[in-house]
Design a protein around this ligand. Sequence first.
Ligand SMILES: [Zn+2]
Length: 240
Amino acid sequence: MSGQSGGEAAEAELRQLVATGGQILYQQGLTDYLGHCSARVPGTDRVVIKPKHSKTVRSPGELGSADMVVIDLDGNLVEGTDAPPAERFIHTEIYRSRPDVQAVVHTHQRAATLLGVMGGDLLPVLHVPAVLTDGGTMPTWPCPLLVTSRELGKDMAASLGAAGLCHLQGHGIVSAAADVRGATVTAIALEQLAEANLTILQTGLKPRVITAAELEELRGTVAAIDGRWAYYVQQLGGAA
Ligand SMILES: [Zn+2]
């Protein structure tokens, strides 16, 4: 790795992961020009994040690693020329409150957002999404405001608590995980499970819910995140 320190190499890899996560979320229809993915650079207060949409920032599906910007935990731009997202405080305040979280995804994905608006349960009715969303565990932050300040971000992060997912009611969702692959794949699984739950609510039929014991057994048999990530990368037309 001549000419590049270990830290720089790690950050370069994170830039690629964040860009790819953004491309996947866009390709899967979970974002449009709004929504963003980020990663904390381990051991630092640096956060790699997709830039705010503007006249100079292309579609999330076309943004590469060089387009990503870096902010600090106060939300200040420390690397790059494009502005960071207005709602960067979603990311920074989760990183402040959750040392275990290294990646955050924020979207306005349709089904999960609607389910949050209605206060509907995210019942674990489909085996893979149920495992990936931890049995449908999902708290709600009852606030539709844009998260454009540290105070709002802190309040939202308090609602997230120790969970991996949170409804931002009347707004969208966040997915927080140990890496970009996990945060991205979990957001996709959430949308699949939310779509199923919306259909259940619409039909009024009583679903067969997967039990806690079955979920426990499934955790040992459902394939790991990496394989799913590779699949979604392939959908982009790139190498896994
Ligand atoms: Zn938002």
